[in-house]
Design a protein around this ligand. Sequence first.
Ligand SMILES: [Zn+2]
Length: 219
Amino acid sequence: MERQKVTKMKYLYQPPKLFELIFPNIFWRTSNETMLLTFDDSPNPNITEMIIEILDKNKIKACFFCVGEKVEKYPGLISQIDQSGHIAANHSYSHPNFIKLRKKDKLAEVVRTKEIIEKITGKENIYFRPPFGRFDLTTLSILNEIKMKNVMWSLFPYDYKNDLNIVKFAVNKYLKNNSIVVFHDKPGNNILEKSLNYLIEEAEKKGYKFGDPAGCLKS
Ligand SMILES: [Zn+2]
């Protein structure tokens, strides 16, 4: 991709402080000056396992935002995420755009996946990330009602675009000690392994630490 396009893409997400005060249950960064790695669209055979292997090797605990209909297909991968000490979190049941759904359908998407995940892990599912990062006030009120937290991100390195130079640019310029980074657990994302290893190496050089998800996401 051309240099110009690369620099024009949006990598850093940082809402105004006031926004964070009004919505304490939305996370655009961690609350404890450690970094959190998150993966969207899990689980996927081979890819999820590869991610877990890299995380385990580096003693990092991460959040996997899982799509309910894929969880039903691959429950073993959810157990693997959970048993390796990572969080199997909620990314809706069928990955729709929440802004276009009626309230009861939004609720059904979240609750159905919450129940499937909880049945497999035996742990309460607290964390949700809306598909495409799109949500509205109704989504937030549902999450408040069922006591769930909306986990967004601060660093979006476009790993799924399959251009390692873009990922390196984003990491070099925007990685912070409180970043919530989003990667994509997705077939066809051929640079995921390299992207992940690059970020981990750079974080180490900068002296940044990875935190425990629960500690990173305290309101
Ligand atoms: Zn997604």
